[in-house]
Design a protein around this ligand. Structure first.
Ligand code: MBD
Ligand code: FE
Length: 282
């Protein structure tokens, strides 16, 4: 046994304590975590009180993460970490954006053109969304699945709001042989990320606001293709260049045009999706 007597020796002792057969990717990640955590603690001369406060913060995040709430994803969003992961995984040219904590699988499957809003929302403005899903060569993808979800005009998703019916403002659509999809929804409105928990505490410590620009979430997927996790943004929203979680990408900012009676909605937006081929190694 070696007794570390300096910060450097301590960090190395912790790194060297791992066994020989650690799964390689886990070794890389956890060793980097150890090095960065030790670096951070040394850099700021962290005190025991501060360490315990940080532990309590994480305990509180765990305690509030029930019933579909995921405070850890939210904290990752507030710290820009999920955007960073998206940038690294997909590069700046992709149509992807972050998933966020409000995704629910098993949204109801709806016919083309259906409205995902199951109740009238105060002040609602209806939008017709349509477009084509293609592969990277521009050929239509038949039978692609589009999962969409959005917050209501009160700024709450169904899972945050006991007043909304279950799965309100969520739907699953399929493209036809031309790759075409369409649905109706609410014109999205700006929305505060949940700030009644540790994530909100973090925002207040940093004197930051909780607002996200108006957005609609998408997951577009098809067999043998990489799924595209994304969000659409309304160019007219006042938070478009002031997103509390830094997730806006210019290519995803669209104009919600007046519908002019074509679809019986107030607004119209066209959005096409390109699905990359599946990763050869996947
Ligand atoms: C949201 O609605 C959202 O889309 C993200 C990314 C983070 C918090 C709340
Ligand atoms: Fe959202």
């Amino acid at each position: 046994m070696v007794f570390p007597t300096s910060i450097d020796q301590l960090t190395h002792a912790v790194l060297n304590a791992s066994g020989a057969d650690v799964e390689p990717r886990k070794r890389v990640i956890i060793e980097s975590l150890i090095r960065h955590l030790h670096g951070l603690v040394s850099e700021v001369n962290l005190t025991l009180d501060e360490l315990l406060a940080a532990c309590r913060f994480l305990v509180d995040a765990g305690k509030i993460s029930t019933g579909g709430r995921d405070e850890f994803v939210l904290i990752a969003n507030i710290l820009g970490v999920e955007v960073l992961v998206d940038m690294i995984s997909h590069g700046p040219e992709s149509q992807t954006a972050i998933l966020g904590p409000m995704y629910r699988s098993e949204a109801p499957r709806l016919p083309t053109g259906a409205n995902i809003s199951r109740v009238r929302a105060p002040g609602e403005v209806q939008v017709f969304v349509e477009g084509y899903v293609t592969d990277v060569a521009g050929l239509p993808v038949n039978g692609a699945t589009l999962e969409v979800w959005q917050a209501s005009t009160n700024g709450l998703y169904d899972n945050e709001d006991p007043e909304q019916p279950d799965m309100n403002l969520r739907g699953l659509f399929e493209t036809d042989a031309k790759g075409y999809y369409a649905f109706r929804c609410l014109r999205p409105t700006p929305y505060p990320i949940p700030d009644d928990g540790p994530g909100g505490r973090l925002l207040r410590i940093l004197h930051r606001h909780p607002m996200r620009p108006a957005h609609i979430h998408f997951i577009v997927s098809a067999p043998a293709r990489q799924p595209v996790i994304s969000q659409l943004y309304d160019s007219d929203c006042k938070y478009i260049d002031n997103d509390s979680i830094f997730a806006v990408k210019p290519s995803l900012v669209l104009d919600f045009e007046p519908d002019n009676g074509t679809h019986g909605t107030d607004r119209y937006v066209r959005c096409d999706w390109r699905l990359p081929d599946a990763n050869p190694q996947a």
